[in-house]
Ligand binder design. Sequence first.
Ligand SMILES: NC(=O)c1ccc[n+]([C@@H]2O[C@H](COP(=O)([O-])OP(=O)(O)OC[C@H]3O[C@@H](n4cnc5c(N)ncnc54)[C@H](O)[C@@H]3O)[C@@H](O)[C@H]2O)c1
Length: 278
Amino acid sequence: MHEFKDRTAVITGAASGIGLALAQRAAREGMRLVLADIDEAKLAEVARTLPLPPDALLARRVDVSREADIAALAEEAFDRFGAVHLLCNNAGVGLTRLSWELTTADWEWILGVNLWSVVHAIHHFVPRMLAQEGESHVVNTASVAGLLSTPAMAAYNVSKHGVVTLSETLYTELAAQNARIGVSVLCPAWVPTAIHTSERNRQERFGTAEPPSAASAAYHERLSHAVKSGRLTADDMANAVFDAVAEKRFYIIPHSRIKQAVRLRMEDILEDRNPTPI
Ligand SMILES: NC(=O)c1ccc[n+]([C@@H]2O[C@H](COP(=O)([O-])OP(=O)(O)OC[C@H]3O[C@@H](n4cnc5c(N)ncnc54)[C@H](O)[C@@H]3O)[C@@H](O)[C@H]2O)c1
């Protein structure tokens, strides 16, 4: 899809980080925007700062882990703008814990926000996108955690591996039907955003995480430092997404050096080696 002007983009997790950068880039492209986030106050602040006429912008509080919220978002987006040309399933959360310290509620929170959100969005948006005229594109934000198995991130890794394979499956199915819907999966490494403070948005129904062991806390420190010192920015991610959509490219891996670790993992699998520590 090359033409963005006067087309409609739906972006989840738009109040912060990569989602915010996607919204800003889409606004600069002259797109109409449907922005969704669980942080209503921050989203309203973002909506005020975007250079868009009020009739070109819809900002909604949405909990992406709830199917009813995604169904309502789709309904409203199509009612208001008639079509959705760019769907960015981007909202996500993480929690650093050793596998055996993660509780069922931790797993349900992370899988709900990171994976079920994409499942729901595909179910509620794609049939309508198939029925509309012209080209459109789905971009799912996964992570290099969808291609690697970093320690102390089990639920996050599982959710992002899920998003990668779900995206690959969707791509193959749509291509087999000659549908005019492109698909891409964004797999960043470390980007300085608020992802390391995800618990700020943990919904009450999932409770709060139990205090981490010293080992988990040390992993969290390391992860926070890596996030904060990430060299590529959220704007770089948004630019990479728009380039890939224009080029109809599926894999978006802006941190190209991480591909060496992905290659090593694939070689471990193909050569029957035990996993190389990362
Ligand atoms: N920052 C990184 O290093 C990095 C690396 C790889 C992948 N990612 C992925 O990028 C995406 C965006 O994260 P980010 O880094 O911009 O983090 P962020 O915390 O800055 O932004 C995430 C946004 O998602 C929203 N959100 C959280 N739970 C939600 C819910 N239930 N419903 C709706 N919105 C919700 C938050 O309010 C926030 O605005 C995520 O999917 C994340 O997993 C980030």
